[in-house]
Design a protein around this ligand. Structure first.
Ligand SMILES: Nc1nc2c(ncn2[C@@H]2O[C@H](COP(=O)(O)OP(=O)(O)OP(=O)(O)O)[C@@H](O)[C@H]2O)c(=O)[nH]1
Length: 477
């Protein structure tokens, strides 16, 4: 069962409870059984499922609810709270600080093939984009190709790199690398280690020595998301040798079962901080428990979305929209969405959005459509882009734009219709929400304009959207 299926099963169980004519103890028990089955099928350990189930039962105790209380909501909240509890060991992990001196050292451990080397580069790039000065050290002297692989990834992401072809002492290389980059005033030094040895005991001993010599601020355990229950033993074995403080789960784009991640959290008592969602450097997402659980239960992921919008539009560049919603403004919004990473990922963060705008499983086509719309807009004049009078785009202008962009006339017309729909919502927004305000750069405002009207209503308008974000409390890493 892939993670999305787990989410589907959990959301399905809650939806069935939502549709039940009477929410009594039996309906809740049926819902809980369905949830337990889904968790077991997703490789969550039996002991964990049993505990979670009894805690949900206690928390959603119907007889203790005040008369008139929303029982469905009580069950749903209890399920969400328990899943959060299962994924959050309660101890936040060390988070590197920009400009920190002496530099923070983060050591990566994990078995060969887990995706550790790739993940080191992704992690470094994530912080580079946040304004850090990261550096990579290759202390994997066992696997011949590790040095070249990390070096290649480092140069792709323009990150300084330290390693040696000839030296076979990982402890020496790690210490030299850390010293070198400390002198160069890098604020985040990432040490990649071996994932294999002739003897397993030797691997753990090597990890212990590297850790003792470099005194890392954080040891990250990297695990392949598809290993299922084996994750528990693997994570525990590393935890016994080095002070693992965080987990990164890779290959969550494939057939990964979510349960392995939960087991690793239980074994290390450390939080999952990122997940890998592909082979390339940008395929990397910060992991926030509340966002993850709300997405898993089909409640959308607004905090995650807000973070993504903030990342895509750094404060200096975030242009809030003043006055009229022109085609040029729509183009800017589309551009921002494109900068925010895989489109499906963004859409899945907005409750109901993907179903309404783009058919499920057709995110690629949706992204392509937006790209085509942007090509069309590239063939429009400044005057056309800045204009608010729909009559300006007459037949001859439409034909000219279609010719210029190489797109069919119907598509130009379709794009203009889409624009009109969004502009109409925009025109209903209170003026204060349209004015740029440098003290209050709220990325939700432009977002509220691209959400389909029925969904925005369902959320309670812009203020409902803001409340939801507050309720989920975005956390930043
Ligand atoms: N689909 C997918 N592939 C990944 C992900 N992360 C890493 N990989 C791939 O997994 C394979 C193994 O990754 P490496 O980074 O070489 O693994 P490693 O754990 O560092 O291996 P050692 O250096 O030998 O310890 C490579 O083909 C990566 O491209 C991910 O999130 N998704």
């Amino acid at each position: 069962m892939v993670l999305a299926q787990l989410g589907g099963s959990l959301a399905g169980a809650l939806a069935r409870l939502g549709r039940a004519t009477v929410v009594d103890d039996k309906a809740v028990a049926d819902c809980l059984n369905e949830i337990s089955r889904a968790l077991l099928q997703a490789d969550v350990r039996f002991e964990t499922v049993r505990d979670v189930s009894s805690r949900i039962k206690a928390a959603a105790n119907l007889s203790a609810l005040a008369p008139g209380a929303d029982k469905r909501r009580a069950v749903r909240n209890a399920v969400a709270a328990e899943l959060c509890r299962m994924l959050d060991p309660g101890e936040p992990s060390f988070a590197p600080r920009k400009g920190q001196h002496p530099s923070s050292v983060v050591m990566f451990v994990g078995l060969q093939g887990s995706g550790k080397t790739t993940t080191c580069a992704k992690y470094a790039d994530h912080y580079r984009r946040k304004g850090f000065r990261p550096a990579l050290v290759c202390a994997d002297t066992f696997r011949a190709g590790a040095f070249d692989q990390l070096k290649q990834n480092a140069s792709k992401a323009k990150i300084p790199f330290y390693g040696s072809y000839t030296d076979s002492d990982p402890v020496k290389i790690a210490v030299e690398g850390v010293d070198t980059f400390r002198k160069e005033k890098c604020d985040l030094i990432i040490v990649d280690t071996s994932g294999r040895h002739k003897q397993e005991a030797a691997l753990f001993e090597e990890m212990r020595q590297v850790s003792e010599a470099t005194r890392p601020d954080l040891v990250v355990f990297v695990m392949d998301g598809s290993i299922g229950q084996a994750a528990f033993d693997q994570a525990q074995a590393f935890k016994q040798s080095v002070p693992v403080g965080a987990v990164i789960v890779t290959k969550m784009d494939g057939h990964a079962r979510g349960g392995g991640a939960l087991s690793a959290v239980a074994a290390t008592k450390s939080p999952v901080i990122f997940i890998g969602t592909g082979e390339h450097i940008p395929d990397f997402e910060a992991f926030e428990v509340k966002s993850f659980v709300s997405r898993l239960l089909g409640m959308g992921d607004l905090p995650g979305l807000v973070d993504k919008i903030k990342d895509a539009m750094p404060a200096g560049e975030l242009k809030l929209i003043e006055g009229a919603f022109t085609l040029g403004v729509m183009r800017e919004l589309f551009q921002s969405m494109q900068n925010m990473g895989p489109f499906g990922q963004i859409l899945s963060m907005i409750p109901g959005f993907s179903a309404q705008l783009i058919e499920k499983g057709k995110e690629k086509e949706g992204q392509a459509k937006i790209k085509r719309y942007m090509t069309i807009m590239d063939s429009m004049t400044e005057k056309e882009l800045d204009n608010t009078n729909p009559k300006l785009m007459n037949e001859s202008r439409i034909k000219r734009v279609a010719r210029g962009s190489g797109r069919p006339v119907q598509e130009v017309v379709g794009m203009l219709e889409e624009y009109k729909r969004i502009a109409k919502i925009w025109s209903k927004l209170p003026l204060r929400d349209r004015r740029p305000n440098t003290n209050h750069r709220d990325p939700l405002k432009p977002l509220a304009n691209v959400i389909p009207p029925s969904m925005l209503n369902q959320l309670g308008g812009l203020s409902g959207l803001q409340n939801m974000v507050k309720q989920f409390g975005p956390q930043r890493r």
